[in-house]
Design a protein around this ligand. Structure first.
Ligand code: NAP
Length: 487
């Protein structure tokens, strides 16, 4: 309904990625139809729309990278490619009637809670104004590309690409290319670029742990079996259990950790024959502190004659190349920045104002924090999806999204059925939850290096959940509304 140029909705969702889509599907199933998704891009998929670099794929097995309510028997490979995942999401949106609820090309810039009316006032850069009882931010931590802070970046006159803003038809054949970064993303794009480019320089600041990827193509029999509901459920459950066991590998002294260390060492030994290159690729931090890379073609790509791994630090970027600390300049035509995302300034591109005029930026001065990654005191009727401390280093993020969505909807239903104006998490519960998380994280492997899980300024691990998936799920399923206060 539109009144005075303001469109009213029960729920406004920001972002049409996995979590926004899941939220919309489950809201509709719960009977809440009056919802809109605002998506800044022209298509849905979130990170799978943004990350269209060559070789992009998911690094967890596809059977657990689909929603429990929408299994996909059509996966072509165990580790599905970005276009396949985006197509799956499109199908889910069509099948569950979400497409008509999405408004593409709308970038939210401002959201303010009207205390008297118990409603969110939301404005987009395109001039839309919306009024909603509930506001869901499902942008996730991996949405804001981070460019490297290197002198001269802006003066480079060749083509400059970020992995998360790829030019889909970018042709690198016959070019001199530099890739900055050797994280999960770089490990996927280096091999395809190496096959195209005349010369590829890979600039590594920190070597990472790389494990074999147990990939395989799914054949007709696999796809037939995947159509049998009981089989599909068993396969999914088996993968969930197997990945969950991998969580043990992050704890010092466990058998799982010893096995993972041995596997990684063997992988490097087998794939890189040159002892000098092997030494350059040895990680200087404990396994698991940064995201583990699963790749079969990253190391071999670095051994190609047209590829050079550069470990001398970058001093500056010139209009036509990159100069390292030893004074050498490598001329390049295309610069690829696989330098990740700004994960600590969550929602920095919009201003969110809650009770008493306090902004989210003020509330998060020490770093983002939320109760179970979903609710923040002082910001009523506001829900984060894949919010602070919900990332995982061992399993599928979808296993965190689904219970998070259920929890947020339970809060919304409690407001609706109790005829309340709003719900917010109790301050004391929020503090207790985050103090406990930070206590556990401070002694964990994730506190032992610099990574996107962590604030540079104060060392807080703000992105990662330290426990097993079942612990996160159990915490939410308790569904204890006593943790919340209603107005
Ligand atoms: P990332 O893990 O943050 O890696 C960024 C890389 O850029 C690192 O190697 C970093 O070096 C380097 N870097 C950053 N600034 C630099 C500078 N100024 N000079 C030199 N090097 C610099 O980012 P990402 O690889 O994009 O991955 C982010 C996350 O996205 C992953 O951890 C993963 O969760 C997700 N992802 C998932 C998939 C999937 O399959 N599901 C695929 C790709 C990405 P340092 O290590 O020294 O900082």
């Amino acid at each position: 309904m539109t009144r005075g140029g303001v469109t009213r909705h029960e729920v406004v969702i920001l972002g049409a990625g996995m979590s926004g889509l899941c939220m919309a599907v489950q809201l509709r199933r719960a009977g809440i139809e009056d919802l809109v998704i605002l998506e800044k891009q022209p298509g849905l998929g979130g990170t799978w729309w943004d990350n269209r670099y060559p070789g992009a794929h998911v690094d967890v097995p596809a059977p657990v990278y689909s929603f429990s309510f929408a299994p996909n028997p059509d996966w072509q490979r165990r580790f599905a490619s970005a276009p396949e995942i985006q197509a799956y999401m499109q199908k889910v949106a069509e099948r569950f009637g979400v497409l008509p609820h999405i408004r593409f090309g709308e970038r939210v810039v401002h959201a303010m809670f009207d205390t008297d009316r118990g409603r969110w006032q939301i404005a987009t850069e395109q001039g839309e104004r919306l009024d909603a009882r509930f506001f869901v931010c499902s942008t996730g931590p991996l949405s804001q590309p981070r460019w490297p802070d290197i002198d001269g970046l802006d003066r480079f006159t060749g083509r400059r690409l970020h992995s998360a803003r790829w030019e889909v038809n970018a042709d690198l054949s016959g070019q001199r290319v530099a890739v900055i970064g050797t994280g999960s993303t770089a490990s996927q794009l280096v091999a395809p670029i190496a096959r195209q480019a005349e010369r590829l320089h890979v600039f590594q600041r920190t070597a990472n742990w790389v494990m074999p990827r147990l990939d395989r193509r799914y054949n007709g029999v696999d796809r037939w079996l995947a159509r049998q509901p009981v089989w599909a459920r068993v396969v999914r459950a088996a993968w969930v259990a197997a990945l969950e066991m991998g969580r043990r590998g992050f704890d010092e002294g466990t058998f799982a950790r010893r096995a993972m260390l041995a596997t990684a060492a063997r992988h490097l030994q087998r794939q890189v024959a040159d002892p000098r290159l092997r030494e350059m690729l040895r990680p200087p931090y404990p396994l698991g502190c940064k995201r583990i890379i699963y790749s079969n073609d990253f190391y071999p790509a670095l051994t190609r004659p047209n590829v050079e791994l550069v470990t001398d630090p970058i001093r500056r970027i010139t209009p036509t190349g990159i100069v390292t600390d030893d004074g050498r300049e490598r001329p390049i035509d295309t610069l690829v920045c696989a330098t990740g995302f700004d994960t600590v300034h969550l929602l920095a591109s919009l201003s969110v104002t809650g009770l008493g005029g306090r902004t989210l930026r003020q509330a998060w001065a020490e770093g983002p924090a939320a109760y179970r990654g979903i609710t923040v005191p002082g910001f009523p009727n506001f829900f984060l999806m894949l919010g602070p401390n919900t990332a995982t280093g061992h399993t599928s993020t979808l296993l965190f999204i689904e219970p998070g969505v259920d929890h947020a909807i339970a809060c919304m239903q409690a407001v609706r059925s109790g005829r309340h104006r709003w719900v917010q998490v109790r301050e004391a519960i929020f503090r207790q939850h985050n103090d406990e998380l930070q206590r556990r994280l401070a002694g964990s492997v994730w506190a032992q290096c610099r990574s996107w899980y962590r604030m540079d300024s104060n060392g807080r691990v703000v992105a990662l959940f330290p426990g097993y998936t079942r612990e996160y799920v159990r915490g939410l399923r308790r569904g204890d509304m006593a943790d919340y206060e209603f107005a």
